[in-house]
Structures are given as C-alpha cells and as structure tokens.
Design a protein around this ligand. Structure first.
Ligand SMILES: Nc1nc2c(ncn2[C@@H]2O[C@H](COP(=O)(O)OP(=O)(O)OP(=O)(O)O)[C@@H](O)[C@H]2O)c(=O)[nH]1
Length: 437
C-alpha cells in the first residue's frame, strides 16, 4: 500500500478506536453488583448484646426483602445498635483475608427504609481489610468506611462512593497512621447496614430490598491510559516505519548517485577520448594542428619551435609500400617524443612533417635539441633496416603573430632542404627583421 494511504488508514483507525473507547466508557460498559435476598446467602444480624448491651435483633426475609427487627434497650453500653451484615470473606478457605474489590464502582444505591419510623438515620459501612493495618482474627481492625444517611422517600438512596468516609472513632481507637486514614474499598470483607448512631431505645423495623453498586468496567484513568498508550505506541510505530522508509530512500538515492557517478566517469572518459580524437593524429598519436593551437595562446615569455621533415619519404613509400611508411611515421613520432622534454609538444603538421613546440626554450637550446634529434634519426636503424635523415627549421618567437612565427620556422626548414637536407637551419629574428643563419 502507498505510504500516504497507509498513514491515512492508520489515522482513521486511531480516531475510530478513540471515539469508540470514549463512547463505550461514557454510555455503555456499566457493571453492577446487586445484593438482595435471592442472590445473597451470607447475611447475619447482630445487636449490641454482642458487646455487652441489652438490645436484640432478628432478621427475616419477606417478599424479596430483608426485615431487620430491632429492639434497642438502654444499657451500660453507650452506643446501642442493630445491624445487618453481609460477609464476602470465608475464614475456612485459603486466603481468608480476601474480600471483594468495590473500587470500580462509582455509586451505591440502597433501597432501605424504616417501616415504623420516619426520621431515623441508617448507617451504611464497608469493612476493608489491608495487611498494613488489619488482622484476620480481629474484625475491629478492619477499616470502617461508611456514611450515615436519612433514607427519606421510598426510592433507593444513591450514594456516591467518594462520599464514604473512614470513621473517626475507629482511626482514634486504632491509632492509625495518617497515610492509612484515606477511604479504601479495594478489599471489602463485610458490608453493614445498621441503625443510626444516636438511636433511642425502642422498636425499629428496617426493610432492605437491595444494595446495588454501579460503576464502569474501566476507570476514566484506565481509558485515558489506554488511549495514551495507543497513540504513543502508534507514534513510535510511525517513527520507526518512517525511519525504515527514509533509510530505504537513502539507500536508493545513494545507489542512484553511484550510478550517476559511474555514468559521469564514463562520460568523462568518452569526452576525453573524443577530445583526443579531435586533437590528435590517429596514426602517430601526436597532436594535430587543432591540438597544438592552444599552446600558442598561452602567455609564454620564451617559446621556440622546431619544424622536422623526413627526407625523401616518398621514396620509402614507393620502395617499401605505405604500410612500412606508416610504421616509420609512427616510430619517428615516438623517437622525437622520447628524446625531447616532457614539457614539449609534438604535432604532426601534415604528411611526413612534424612541429615540435618547446615552451620556455631559447633559440640556442632549441637549436641544440634539433641537432641532437637530427643525429639520433640519422643513426637509428628503422624498419626493414632503412636509414633515415631529416631536416630541421628552428625559430624563437619574437614580437610577431603565431602564424608569422611558424612560417619563419617553416622557411628555415625549406632552407635546410634546399641546402642539402639532414641539417638544422635557424631562423634569426631581430627587431622585426628576419636574419638567417
Ligand atoms: N605512408 C604514408 N605516407 C604518407 C603519409 N602522408 C604523406 N605521405 C607521403 O609522404 C610523401 C611526401 O613526399 P614529398 O612531399 O614529395 O616529400 P619527400 O619525398 O619526403 O621529399 P622531401 O621532403 O623533399 O625530402 C608522399 O609520397 C606522401 O604520399 C602517410 O600518412 N603515410
């Protein structure tokens, strides 16, 4: 799939998941825990007689409700009460300190009322166990988290879980460390519904239909955490994917750059070859006229040239054929090149005529070089044992054009031919006048 399309699909997917998660969190995914006679067994009743008082209580079940009948009797015990309690723990089982986690619930709905009284309060409390401050064998160490409320109408009372408080008397009694005084309901061992704190002596009947805890499957923080992880994880995936893609692109670019570099190199070679072809004589490899031209454009204070022409070359061609003639021309060019300086330039001027251009060379030095070359050519044994001689015309550039200068050297060469060949003739030049040698 195309990269941009993939990003768009991923973005749409993330947005859909986000909206779905938020919608589910706020409008669906509610969970409840209902405690009522037909689904709750471990219900018991106690009164203050268990702690030295005289009050008595009785529990019956009628028309799907619990009826707590209570006779509060004044005694030496200061806090008389009757209480219905539902246990969530089982002391016989392993892990007797395991209750229920009610921290997921945001509210509790209690449908309870006094049948024979109007303005009496009810205490609702959860007993949370924590190994930090509780002991299994002492229920008085189980944290009291609750609220006292007035049932009022016959409707169920909705109590937000966050309004439950830890009983102050219990904190004082337990000498609880400050860090443990916050309400906790993550391990509730017991739930209690009892008469109010200031209940007066008399008979009370409390009808309890149900206690319903309502909450979300996931807390808002959990959903937020999930969304953060989802987006952050996607961002990391996106970055990694992008990094991999960039590396691939870089690899491709490098490969292309290398191909271009090689192509460029090839083109340079070809260009050089073409330039060489344009500027060099194909038979001897010496420069041609076009090739030697640029040497004359350089600003040189001292410049000399030597015209060289093989003597009676026609007769070699006639006698041995053009193939041998060509071979001798090649060999002749090589011999001149080998015996001059590497800074000198050799050009084939035409036929069997060569021009040796010597930068920074005085007329005397050029003359000496021409003499030496003349001797080398004469003494060398050429193909088929042929003996060669050659004629030289030497000139040093004066205040004149390149053409005039070359022509002077050419004339000197013809003078050498005219004087009997196999010799060097220098073209003298003084203040615009040509002087022979
Ligand atoms: N084999 C061969 N011969 C060439 C080439 N270019 C020119 N020649 C021959 O060189 C000869 C030059 O002859 P001429 O100009 O009469 O000069 P020459 O015989 O050397 O006599 P002088 O220069 O007067 O000593 C001609 O026969 C040309 O055909 C070449 O590339 N290959």
């Amino acid at each position: 799939m195309e990269r941009r399309k993939l990003y768009n699909v991923a973005l749409v997917f993330l947005l859909v998941v986000t909206f779905l998660a938020i919608a589910l969190q706020f409008f669906l995914l509610e969970r409840t825990l209902i405690l009522q006679p037909d689904n709750t067994d471990r219900v018991s009743v106690i009164a203050d007689e268990s702690v030295g008082g005289d009050s008595v209580a009785k529990l019956t079940t009628e028309d799907d409700s619990w009826l707590l009948e209570c006779n509060i009797i004044a005694s030496d015990y200061n806090w008389p009460f009757c209480e219905l309690s539902i246990s969530f723990f089982d002391l016989q089982q392993e892990g007797a300190n395991k209750g229920v986690d009610l921290s997921y619930f945001s509210s509790v709905h209690i449908k309870a009322r006094y049948l024979n009284k109007q303005h009496e309060s009810i205490r609702f409390q959860l007993r949370n166990f924590s190994s930090k401050y509780s002991r299994v064998d002492s229920q008085s160490t189980w944290k009291y988290v609750g609220i006292e409320y007035w049932p009022g109408s016959t409707e169920a009372k909705k109590i937000p879980m966050r309004s439950l408080q830890v009983a102050t008397w219990w904190i004082i009694e337990q000498k609880l460390a400050v860090e443990h005084t916050v309400p906790e309901v993550d391990n509730v061992m017991m739930l209690e519904l009892a008469t109010g704190n200031n209940v007066k002596p008399g008979k009370y009947v409390i009808e309890l239909e149900y206690i319903k805890f309502v909450g979300k499957y996931f807390s808002n923080n959990q959903v937020l955490f999930f969304l953060i992880v989802l987006w952050a994880g996607s961002a990391v995936c996106f970055l990694l994917f992008n990094l991999k893609w960039s590396r691939q692109q870089l690899g491709k670019t490098k490969k292309k750059a290398e191909e271009l570099r090689q192509l460029n190199q090839l083109l340079n070679v070809k260009t050089k070859e073409l330039k060489d072809k344009a500027e060099r004589d194909p038979l001897t490899g010496a420069l041609n006229r076009a090739g030697i031209k640029k040497v004359f454009t350089k600003e040189l204070e001292v410049l000399s040239v030597i015209f060289i022409d093989i003597d009676h070359f026609k007769s070699i061609n006639d006698k041995y054929g053009h193939g041998v003639g060509d071979e001798i021309l090649k060999n002749f060019s090589e011999t001149i090149s080998k015996n001059c300086r590497y800074t000198d330039f050799l050009a084939r001027w035409g036929g069997e005529e060569f021009l040796l251009v010597c930068p920074n060379t005085s007329l005397t030095d050029a003359y000496d070089l021409a003499k030496a070359l003349c001797q080398i050519i004469r003494e060398k044994s050429w193909a088929k044992g042929i003996k060669l001689t050659s004629s030289f015309g030497v000139a040093q550039r004066g205040d004149e054009s390149a053409w005039e200068f070359i022509e002077r050297a050419d004339k000197a060469l013809y003078a050498a031919k005219a004087r009997g060949r196999d010799q060097v003739v220098v073209s003298g030049y003084r203040e615009g006048k040509i002087t022979g040698r």
